[in-house]
Design a protein around this ligand. Structure first.
Ligand SMILES: *Cc1c(COP(=O)(O)O)cnc(C)c1O
Length: 307
């Protein structure tokens, strides 16, 4: 999302970007798997051309969050792992959003049957109660920094609250709950409930797609359903859904015109039904009228309005 990086461009490392395997954009009649496989060609080509100067490939596995809750098939991650091995390039999974069960497995990489070289974790590590992040890596990478003191090869990056005991206690308690309550298994029924409660929205004249990966479900509102023509971002349709939801006591936080559910796992089936009902009402309201808008001059076109 350029909005988040443009200001800091001069400070950041140069990166190569490849087209997303985002299955919302797949041609009609093509499966998620086939589309994700096809889209991998661009990644393969980039690695083939530039692998000698690439330090690592970083991906958000299965769900691209801030980009609009766009989703793709695990086959892409499998092909990427194979290619990274072939070209000797490290693979980084940013599972900050999807780690700890969001996609239906404890980690998204499990669905591809692979291991990244680096696994970035945070958010649900503490159940969201305290801030904690962790970056896991392989013994091989760890070993590269492990040396005699006199060589000064240690990995000297930390900060004041590294290993904060309270946050770690919250994380351990959260991991205990995952183990004792069999959360991943229990979530299967909840994610099915999310699907059935939202299924009717597929037929809405201004919904282009209802997509789901485990405990994440997203509804894409569009101006024209047949051509998937997006609403002009200036119309802030998502904010109308947000405003309606507030009047009903629900907190929905659309990304642009994408309404989504990313509920905590303590949600009940009845609460899921309620959320789907509120979202349906909000989508009806948000898509009913034409909207007149005044565009602030400094508004960035890539900004996905969270409301
Ligand atoms: C929230 C999020 C981040 C940001 O993590 P911080 O620890 O707040 O910097 C990075 N990547 C993904 C996928 C996220 O969802």
């Amino acid at each position: 999302v350029p909005l988040f990086t443009e200001t800091y461009k001069a400070l950041l490392l140069d990166t190569l970007k490849v087209p997303s395997p985002d299955c919302y954009l797949r041609p009609e009649g093509v499966s998620w798997e086939d589309h994700s496989r096809t889209m991998f060609a661009a990644m393969e080509q980039t690695l083939a051309e530039h692998h000698a100067s690439i330090a690592a490939v970083i991906v958000e596995p299965l769900i691209q969050g801030a980009g609009g809750m766009r989703m793709y098939h695990p086959v892409y991650l499998k092909l990427l792992r194979e290619a990274c091995d072939r070209y000797e390039v490290h693979l980084i999974h940013d599972e900050i959003a999807v780690g700890f069960g969001r996609t239906g497995t404890m980690f998204a990489c499990e669905q591809a049957g692979i291991r990244p070289d680096f696994l970035c974790l945070s958010k649900a590590l503490t159940g969201g109660y305290l801030p904690l992040a962790a970056c896991l890596t392989t013994d091989e990478v760890y070993g590269a920094f492990y040396d005699d003191y006199s060589t000064l090869r240690a990995f000297l990056h930390s900060h004041s609250y590294t290993g904060n005991p309270l946050a770690c206690a919250a994380a351990l308690a959260t991991l205990d709950i995952f183990e004792q309550d069999n959360v991943i298994e229990a979530n299967k029924a909840l994610s099915q409930r999310m699907a059935s409660a939202s299924a009717h929205l597929v037929d809405h004249p201004h919904v282009a797609e209802v997509r789901q990966t485990g405990m994440a479900l997203a509804i894409e509102m569009v101006q024209d359903k047949a051509s998937k023509t997006a609403y002009p971002w200036q119309e802030r349709r998502g904010m109308k859904v947000f405003e309606h939801a507030l009047t009903r006591g629900a907190l929905l936080r659309p990304l642009g015109s994408v309404v989504y559910f990313l509920p905590p796992y303590v949600i009940t089936p009845e609460q899921i039904d309620f959320l789907a009902e509120v979202a349906s009402e909000g989508i009806d309201i948000a898509t009913r009228d034409s909207v007149s808008v005044a565009v602030p001059a400094n508004f960035h076109p890539d900004f996905r309005d969270p409301g």
